[in-house]
Design a protein around this ligand. Structure first.
Ligand SMILES: NC(=O)C1=CN([C@@H]2O[C@H](COP(=O)(O)OP(=O)(O)OC[C@H]3O[C@@H](n4cnc5c(N)ncnc54)[C@H](OP(=O)(O)O)[C@@H]3O)[C@@H](O)[C@H]2O)C=CC1
Ligand SMILES: C[C@H]1O[C@H](OP(=O)(O)OP(=O)(O)OC[C@H]2O[C@@H](n3cnc4c(=O)[nH]c(N)nc43)[C@H](O)[C@@H]2O)[C@@H](O)[C@@H](O)C1=O
Length: 323
């Protein structure tokens, strides 16, 4: 079986690759095909066509995307909508043209309307107005789901979509402005503790609630969904092989999260908030009952996961951390 992992150097793609390499090491007959961003720009239709036609994988896992936190989404909306639409159109269509029958793509919990009932069910898609700070990215991610569904309907393919909640872990982006909240706080609290500062400021009011999932759980869930028999997956995705939520099933306020990161990093000072920064959606908690019914649940607790991410951050040589 030839599997192409697009985005294998990203946080999620690398975690999926680690699991597949372990399976290959355990004797599964897998050929894993990867290209770096420099070797293959997925926004180039011609380059993706040449790649898919020459490699002709059996399965494609699409974990490449333009990704960032609330500030990056709000500051570079054109990059987020353009690059993500191009990557999805190129990878999904060129995979189809090259005869790929099975594909898994990663979306995001931001596809759901901002004021949707919590926890957010899969059928809440397209029932209301999106969160403005990440609407362009969300529109691209919704297009990704609809691309897969449409190829399935018209051509009988088996293209599945997983919708992860907020992710974190080894390989994350720790950029002070463009990253997601957890890596940003790990870095900020670590640096404050090292420098003996007595105050750390977090963005927004601290009251929004988010659900976090460790990337190793996400990688496991992705391969679990990919491996599900088609009839089982179809029965749980409204018979059209649509999208499925992946999360831990519990959420936490950003202030509580900051307190946990402070404990893990050894910061003992005061935590203040900066209301001039956006809160974004006030709550994002996935309804993960469909995936649970099919047999998958998250295993890594948030506290353990933060400790793991912090160990990974500390183990990097200075200057090698992304961001
Ligand atoms: N991180 C999170 O909290 C969440 C992530 N997701 C989704 O999970 C998936 C993986 O995200 P994550 O691993 O966190 O993101 P990363 O930014 O860690 O990884 C994305 C990867 O895609 C590559 N890439 C981006 N643009 C291109 C391109 N034009 N051509 C080739 N490669 C490209 C990047 O390469 P390079 O760095 O060289 O540009 C990078 O290796 C994405 O679909 C994302 O939307 C969903 C919900 C939450
Ligand atoms: C995964 C998800 O990620 C983004 O949506 P988001 O959930 O709003 O992500 P975030 O992690 O950036 O922020 C979460 C909350 O945390 C607060 N916050 C506090 N202090 C910092 C801080 O220092 N950095 C950041 N980034 N946020 C901070 C911040 O103000 C917000 O209230 C979108 O890309 C979206 O498209 C998407 O898919």
């Amino acid at each position: 079986m030839k599997i192409h992992i697009a985005g294998h150097r990203g946080m999620v793609g690398a975690a999926i690759l680690r699991r597949l390499e372990a399976r290959r090491g355990a004797g599964e007959d897998l050929t894993l095909i990867t290209r770096t961003h420099a070797e293959l720009d997925l926004t180039s239709q011609a380059a993706v066509r040449d790649f898919m036609q020459s490699e002709r994988p059996d399965v494609v896992i699409l974990a490449a995307a333009k990704v960032g936190g609330i500030h990056a989404n709000n500051t570079y909306p054109a990059d987020f909508i353009y690059e993500n639409l191009m990557i999805e159109c190129n990878v999904i269509h060129q995979a189809f043209d090259a005869g790929v029958r099975r594909l898994l793509q990663l979306g995001s919990s931001c596809i759901y309307p901002r004021a949707v009932p919590q926890p957010m069910r899969e059928d809440a898609l397209l029932t209301g107005v999106l969160e403005p700070t990440n609407e362009p990215y969300a529109v691209a991610k919704i297009a990704g789901i609809k691309l897969c569904e449409s190829y399935n309907r018209q051509h009988g393919t088996d293209y599945r979509s997983v919708m992860p909640t907020n992710l974190y872990g080894p390989g994350d982006n720790f950029h002070p402005e463009n990253s997601h909240v957890l890596p940003a706080l790990i870095r900020r609290f670590h640096e404050a503790a090292q420098e003996g500062r007595d105050e750390v400021t977090i963005w927004g009011s601290g009251t929004p609630r988010r659900e976090f999932l460790h990337v190793d759980d996400m990688a496991e869930a992705s391969l679990f969904v990919l491996d599900l028999p088609r009839d089982v997956y179809a029965a749980n995705t409204q018979d059209m092989l649509s999208h499925i939520n992946v999360g831990s099933g519990t959420d936490i306020s950003i202030l509580e999260l900051a307190q946990m990161v402070a404990e893990v990093t050894g910061f003992q000072g005061k935590i203040t908030t900066d209301p001039s920064k956006p809160d974004g959606t006030m709550r994002k908690l996935m309804d993960v009952s469909r995936l649970a019914t099919m047999g998958w649940r998250a295993r890594i607790s948030l506290r353990e996961g933060i400790e793991d991410a912090y160990r990974w951050y500390l183990a990097q040589t200075p200057g090698s951390v992304r961001g």
